[in-house]
Design a protein. Structure first.
Length: 191
């Protein structure tokens, strides 16, 4: 099968059968692109997720674009990106065009309650997989626990903090720890 068509079809399936946005799609993208198709490695998936989170556009689109580009350059990136966007666009277009009070329909409202639970489980599944594959070194673990504590406190006390400020703070802390470790590593190597 033509790889460009395969990229389009694969990401169209991800876009069609995943509710809940980019975080819910991560588990499905990883299952498809890492385990089934072996287009990328687990480490690449973790790196894509981190980079996609810190760049503009939805995380799933960034992941699709990267995988497509890695497989077939710009044409692959375009095919994967259109594939992941098109199903959602068509569904939302139809809903907005023909159903004015879509969520007021009783059986749809009940279905979406169940879908919310499934989305939460998909996001939790992606987080657990990434946690298992994370380097078990002190610095990444410290970042993880500090970020978790900060998110928990922000959620409990309803504090509004810019996600950009959080990412810049984490990046600055990481850069400082790199700068501090670098001279220590050079000094230790010379002895």
């Amino acid at each position: 099968m033509n790889i460009i068509f395969d990229l389009f079809l694969t990401f169209a399936k991800v876009g069609l059968f995943t509710f809940g946005g980019g975080y819910a799609m991560i588990a499905l993208i990883e299952n498809t692109c890492v385990e089934k198709k072996q287009w990328i490695t687990h480490d690449e998936m973790m790196n894509i997720t981190v980079i996609a989170e810190s760049t503009p556009r939805p995380i799933a689109i960034n992941c699709a674009t990267y995988v497509g580009y890695k497989q077939k350059g710009a044409a692959g990136a375009l095919a994967a990106t259109i594939g992941i966007i098109l199903p959602s666009f068509c569904i939302i277009f139809v809903i907005s065009r023909f159903l004015d009070h879509f969520l007021e329909i009783a059986w749809i409202a009940h279905a979406f309650r169940g879908i919310k639970i499934a989305v939460g489980i998909l996001i939790l599944d992606a987080a657990v997989k990434m946690l298992r594959k994370m380097q078990k070194k002190p610095m990444p673990l410290a970042f993880m626990f500090c970020a978790f504590a900060a998110m928990l406190l922000i959620g409990i006390f309803s504090v509004r903090i810019s996600s950009i400020a959080l990412m810049l703070t984490a990046g600055l802390i990481s850069l400082i720890s790199f700068i501090v470790k670098k001279p220590a590593a050079k000094g230790g190597a010379g002895k």
